[in-house]
Design a protein around this ligand. Structure first.
Ligand SMILES: *[C@@H]1O[C@H](CO)[C@@H](O)[C@H](O)[C@H]1NC(C)=O
Length: 207
């Protein structure tokens, strides 16, 4: 909607872009939430692209020795508590998108799967985020990174995420593209309450 309005204003201004057009517009699947900025590098297939993400700060928590559902639930609650005031400034922090989960199969001490659950720090707090009170939650600066991304809709689950990651890896193999598959990421953009237009992604780091 902001995009359409901007386009109309731009037309009215006969090519002179009004100031609000200079702010970057987020993709539709972020809805009204802050989300990390990227440039689309190439469209590989309909639902597969290479993206170059800017460096950005996330807040994360690591979990090992749990199954997927329990890890996500526990990780989400820790981070939700951080944004609800369990931080040194005791402030409420806006929800952002996506909830990102890095999955590293077999990386635990007993070869359990390792999970890193992360929220993106809102744009306004990126430079100076309030520090977490819990020792399980940490600020997690991420360097600029390129990912191969496969997108899909609906409600997802661990099996589908693994299948999508395998599909993506196969597709990259077929295309002769190189990637780092020691871990991969699921990015979920929606609360459980959104019924339609749900959006998921699986990311694999490009080499
Ligand atoms: C959390 O896990 C990631 C891998 O997913 C690892 O790189 C990082 O060092 C871990 N951080 C802490 C504080 O355990």
């Amino acid at each position: 909607m902001a995009g359409a309005l901007c386009a109309i204003l731009t037309l009215l201004a006969l090519g002179k872009a009004p100031e609000q057009c200079l702010t970057r517009t987020a993709p539709w699947f972020c809805h009204d939430l802050d989300c990390p900025h990227y440039e689309l590098v190439t469209n590989i297939e309909d639902d597969v692209e290479l993206r170059a993400y800017d460096a950005g700060t996330w807040v994360s928590t690591n979990l090992t020795g749990m199954d997927y559902d329990e890890a996500i639930r526990t990780g989400f609650m820790r981070l939700y508590s951080y944004i609800s005031g369990a931080n040194q400034e005791r402030r409420r922090i806006e929800m952002t998108a996506p909830v990102r989960v890095e999955m590293t199969p077999g990386a635990g001490p007993f070869c359990e799967d390792h999970f890193r659950v992360s929220f993106y720090v809102p744009n306004a707090l990126q430079d100076d985020p309030p520090l977490p009170l819990s020792k399980d939650v940490f600020m997690d600066p991420s360097p600029a990174t390129s990912y191969y991304v496969i997108s899909y809709g609906g409600r997802t689950n661990e099996k589908e995420i693994l299948d999508k990651a395998a599909d993506l890896a196969q597709l990259l193999d077929d295309a002769g593209l190189s990637y780092d598959f020691t871990s991969f990421f699921h990015a979920g953009y929606d609360s459980p309450f959104r019924l339609f237009n749900r959006h998921n992604e699986v990311w694999i780091k490009a080499l």
